[in-house]
Design a protein around this ligand. Structure first.
Ligand code: MOS
Length: 688
């Protein structure tokens, strides 16, 4: 085990390096990249959920002044690989979901393109579709990637013998990533060379995915994405909008084509969190010890491309229990393609179990924190390995102290103030701690400045700043002498900003490069010298079950007459290893918790099964928490370092903030009102 990197810049709350440029408009997003004489793309999208295109008449659109081209499956670029149903667009006449790309209009102005798209007459033949998510649907099946069920002991016998049983169904709805910057791309082909200025969580992974489908070598594709205005997972994998723009630009060699996905189109085209159903059957002794743990999770998916929302993930390692059956299934439907949304798996997967824990605590007459203490596994029940640093109980206890949990009256409806019922709730958070191998960093010295190049991404969360701090400590120089360059495939390879692995993975590359640089060039290097380093796998991941933990506390008030729910305050305590930058870390955790508030109280994609689309497809009708919804929000962390996480001693923090937040709020609503809501989000109307 290597020693921890000595921290000098690390641990300081340095302000965002990109901040001044951001507020002065000098940090262009993809769509703002200056290109000469661009064409503007507006897509044609399907209005049926299943069937085929029988005719496309573009005559009226093409007659419009300023319209240059209409691209459809009849004239689009033939792709080299059509395996990926989401990305292999415009290859035939088939329609798999409402909102699917059927073509594109290219015009001299965005207004002309949009108007012309309306003039294109697309005739379709509809087939009977199925867009209705029901966990008991006969087509529910194992995920394509394998089920990986857990089945140990004898669940049924243990349930039959249990003194206390909780048998309940929980559900989470469709939820939609809505970064402030929508998905945008500018594409230009210069001969055999394609450049995409786009908004992505990983330029190299996007290139690895897109190049083979386009039938070009990765070296023929350059992706540039220095500034990203949020992603929440929706920019983690390339979606069809990038492909459409690249294909459209192919028809216009040498000309840049610009495409910004509209907010409404984002609900069908750029990924979202699918619905989950979680059937929990838990058996316990009267003292709260869980003996039987049964979880059947089903998530909705798309026939166009499968994506399982692995809601079982956290339960694999969270709770002790000798007899366990944990299964994940999917239901493919004729709907848009789901994808990553902040803490895929864990965020919805901790809703059912953590509300269940509240119900079990009530059934046993135990404090919910004490119940969790009694059900802490000593080793990972999934792999049998020891945990790296499982400090869930420390988080719960410190949170309890900070929040003021001790004097809580456990009875529901016990606290009333001027027509409002007040309640508090708690839930656990967890997220895996891993590091991806393969990122490379290049360090070059020039006139006292170290240029550090790596194709990493900063989604607007401060990674640019934190990685600069890591580079400064690795080279033992002031951060002002580091010039970090990210977000370009012209820089050394970097893994995706996903799974909360970004900073740890890229830091490993930067540390390796710094080692190589110091070894080759010493501490007083000549100008122009450079060195490259590559991130290796973290060997500890083979010996330890590596996870982060946290505790979420919430207080809500519910208006007795109207059911109106207000969040009074929320407090989280997290065990995430060493904190690189407390300012940006706190912001990440608060952002995650705020999204958890959305999960609990606001967010629900209303999919109309008759038509197969999400009806509330904009921010006027799909509600996310705004400032007025958040009164007091606090994020704390345990003062710790995790030597198993590598020389940085840090684990990822991008996602754990959302996990458990919704359950804590739902539990607080129950404590306030006595009403148990098991289907998120909790609306006031559920409480009357
Ligand atoms: Mo995160 S949803 O893995 O980008």
């Amino acid at each position: 085990m290597s020693d921890l990197l000595r921290a000098s810049a690390i641990g300081t709350g340095r302000v965002r390096l990109d901040g001044p440029d951001k507020v002065r408009g000098l940090a262009p997003y993809a769509y703002e990249h200056p290109v000469e004489d661009p064409l503007h793309l507006f897509p044609l999208c399907s209005t049926i959920a299943l069937g085929r295109v029988t005719a496309i008449d573009a005559t009226a659109a093409l007659a419009l002044d300023g319209v240059v081209r209409v691209i459809t499956h009849e004239n689009a670029l033939r792709l080299a690989d059509t395996e990926d149903g989401e990305l292999a667009i415009l290859q035939d006449d088939r329609i798999g979901f409402r909102g699917q790309y059927l073509g594109a209009v290219l015009a001299e102005t965005p207004e002309t393109a949009r108007h012309a798209a309306d003039l294109v007459v697309v005739t379709t033949e509809a087939a009977p579709h199925d867009a209705d998510f029901r966990p008991d649907h006969p087509a529910v099946r194992e995920p394509e990637g394998g089920a990986d069920d857990i089945d140990t002991g004898d669940l049924e016998a243990a349930l039959a013998a249990a003194e206390i049983v909780v048998d309940q169904r929980y559900s989470t709805p469709l939820e939609h990533n809505n970064p402030m910057e929508p998905h945008t791309t500018i594409a230009r082909w210069d001969g055999e060379q394609l450049t995409l200025w786009t908004s992505t969580q990983g330029v190299h992974p996007a290139r690895q995915t897109l190049a083979p489908i386009l039938g070009i070598d990765p070296e023929q594709l350059r992706i540039v994405s220095p500034h990203v205005g949020g992603g929440f997972g929706s920019k983690g994998l390339p979606h069809a909008d990038m492909m459409l723009t690249a294909m459209a630009a192919h028809a216009m060699p040498g000309r840049a084509v610009k495409h910004a996905v509209t907010r409404q189109h984002m609900f069908a085209l750029t990924g979202y969190r699918p619905a989950t159903s979680q059937h929990l059957r838990i058996g316990a002794r009267a003292d709260g010890t869980i003996t039987a743990f049964g979880l059947e999770a089903v998530s909705s998916s798309s026939h166009t491309k499968e994506f399982p929302e692995m809601a079982i993930k956290p339960s694999r390692q969270m709770y002790a229990g000798e007899h366990r059956r944990i299964t994940q299934r999917v239901l493919p439907l004729d709907i848009a393609v789901p994808s990553w949304m902040r803490a895929p798996g864990e965020a919805p997967g901790m809703v059912g179990p953590e509300i269940m824990m509240d119900e079990l605590a009530e059934a046993c007459g135990l404090d919910p924190i004490e119940l969790r203490v009694r059900n802490e596994p000593e080793r990972d029940p999934d792999t049998g390995m020891p945990f790296n640093q499982r400090r869930l109980i420390d988080c719960l206890r410190e949170g309890a102290t900070r929040f003021g949990w001790a004097d809580r009256d456990p009875r529901p409806r016990a606290r009333r103030e001027g027509g409002w019922l007040i309640g508090t709730g708690v839930a656990s958070a967890t997220y895996p701690a891993s590091r991806q191998p393969g990122s490379k960093a290049r360090i070059r010295h020039e006139a006292g400045v170290y240029e550090v190049g790596i194709g990493a991404a900063d989604l607007g969360t401060g990674t640019w700043t934190a990685l600069t701090q890591v580079a400064a400590d690795a080279l033992e120089v002031d951060p002002d002498r580091i010039a970090l360059r990210i977000g370009d495939t012209a820089l050394p390879n970097a893994t995706v900003a996903g799974g909360s692995t970004g900073l740890a993975s890229w830091s490993a590359a930067v540390l390796a490069a710094a080692d190589a640089f110091r070894c080759e060039h010493g501490t007083a290097p000549a100008d122009g010298v450079e060195a490259i380093g590559e991130a290796a796998e973290n060997p500890a991941e083979k010996q330890f079950a590596m996870h982060s933990y946290g505790a979420q506390f919430a207080q809500v008030r519910v208006q007795e007459e109207t059911g109106e729910i207000r969040l009074d305050r929320m407090l989280g305590v997290f065990s995430v290893g060493r904190i690189i930058n407390p300012r940006t870390a706190r912001s990440q955790l608060l952002g995650g918790m705020t999204m958890g508030v959305g999960m609990a109280l606001h967010e629900k994609g209303e999919l109309d099964p008759r038509f197969g689309h999400v009806v509330n497809h904009d921010l006027a009708e799909y509600h996310v928490p705004v400032n007025a919804d958040i009164r007091s929000l606090e994020a704390h962390w345990l003062d710790e370092e995790d030597p198993q996480a590598g020389p940085l001693g840090a684990r990822g923090i991008g996602e754990i903030g959302i996990v458990g937040a919704a359950a804590a709020i739902a539990n607080a609503v129950h404590h306030a009102t006595g009403v148990r809501v098991r289907d998120l989000p909790v609306f006031g109307s559920d409480l009357l």
